[in-house]
Ligand binder design. Structure first.
Ligand SMILES: Nc1ncnc2c1ncn2[C@@H]1O[C@H](COP(=O)(O)OP(=O)(O)OP(=O)(O)O)[C@@H](O)[C@H]1O
Length: 354
């Protein structure tokens, strides 16, 4: 899928403008605070995702013109559809004139984004890697988001009971099938992610690395349901003593190593950024394998901290991906790379132009 035309009104600092996007690689160049992230955020919302930073929906409406913010897009590709997103105190989405949910829209237009903080995928806490996996799994199967929500609700309840100094087998019984489902699904996606990483990383990273999922204190048993019960039995005393739930998908992590060492120790910042981008591109491959649709890729400040060679490698890899990629950068020199294979857009004070 790809954005063919967009139009926005009253969205943050963005000036109303009709844009006909290039089907391949697009680069939005502009100084700080010009509206690059806002542009990518508006595009991401048109694909059914939420705000980049937590806050009220009302904060997305232009401060000087209270009312509604409206985003429009025509998508082409595996399907030709028009999408309208209206934002005020709540968000409403319509696809081809009919109201629909964000998760349904995400299935029509799979979109993966990489925000400047996502470089922490390699060096940050396990929660960041779990979020990455959750985002990918939910893009492919909307039911995943529902199961995750149910699991988190049960987990909160279990922790509440543990804090009260009790242990409740009924909660465990309710949690077990959901935990087993999440573990199985995550593992199948990580297996595909490894295939995707093999395909994309040779163009992007010059070092070998290993990836695997580390399931939250799970003992090895073929059947994940059995593994959940057996691991819980093993950790029961410790859970009661520490008053916290220690076994389950909420403790999962993606183990990323280079020559047996954690990647965050073994790699420079630029290398970590390249590896994070490789993960993002590999996840786009997974979406393509599973949904049989080309994903749209949104990248914010992805070339920061890369040397000239790294930037050229990345641009080449993005160009050759055959996906629609829209990337934003403050790096004015990027557009001047020789034979630059992208459509360059300029943004200044919220006004986007060719
Ligand atoms: N609701 C709003 N109405 C009007 N302006 C807003 C609103 N919300 C945010 N802004 C402004 O949008 C401006 C641009 O933000 P954005 O994050 O897109 O910049 P950027 O081009 O990505 O900058 P940087 O290169 O520094 O990351 C900010 O200066 C912010 O004050």
């Amino acid at each position: 899928m790809w954005f063919s035309q967009t139009y926005w009104l009253n969205y943050k600092n963005l000036k109303p403008v009709r844009i006909s996007w290039h089907k391949g690689l697009n680069v939005v160049v502009g100084p700080n605070a010009s509206g690059k992230t806002n542009t990518l955020e508006a595009l991401s919302m048109l694909c059914g995702w939420g705000q980049v930073q937590r806050g009220k929906l009302r904060d997305l409406v232009n401060w000087d013109s209270p009312g509604q913010a409206r985003l429009y897009s025509q998508f082409n590709g595996e399907e030709n559809i028009s999408v309208v997103v209206s934002i005020q105190d709540k968000r409403t989405i319509s696809v081809a004139g009919k109201q629909c949910s964000a998760s349904t829209l995400r299935l029509h237009v799979p979109c993966l984004s990489f925000w400047s903080d996502d470089v922490r995928l390699i060096e940050g806490s396990p929660a960041i890697r779990r979020n990455f996996l959750n985002h990918l799994c939910a893009t492919i199967v909307p039911l995943y988001a529902r199961r995750l929500y149910d699991y988190r609700k049960l987990l909160r309840h279990k922790n509440y009971i543990l804090r009260a100094g009790r242990y409740d087998d009924a909660v465990i019984k309710a949690m077990a099938p959901v935990a087993a489902w999440l573990w199985s699904y995550r593992r199948s996606i990580v297996d595909l992610l490894k295939v995707g990483l093999k395909e994309v990383s040779s163009h992007l990273v010059e070092f070998d690395f290993e990836v695997d999922i580390e399931e939250g204190n799970k003992d090895y048993y073929e059947d994940p349901l059995e593994a959940f019960y057996k691991s819980l039995a093993f950790f029961k005393k410790e859970e009661i003593a520490r008053k916290v739930s220690l076994v389950g998908p909420h403790r999962d992590d993606l183990r990323i190593t280079v020559k047996g060492r954690p990647a965050f120790q073994a790699l420079s910042r630029g290398q970590r950024r390249k590896l994070a981008v490789a993960f993002m591109m590999a996840s786009a491959k997974v979406v393509e394998y599973k949904l049989k649709r080309s994903p749209i890729i949104l990248l914010d400040e992805v070339t920061a901290e890369l040397d000239r060679e790294g930037k050229e490698q990345l641009i080449k890899a993005l160009f050759e991906s055959n996906w629609q990629v829209i990337t934003a950068t403050a790096d004015e020199q990027l557009g001047y790379i020789e034979d630059f294979p992208a459509k360059v857009w300029h943004i200044c004070r919220g006004g986007l132009s060719a």
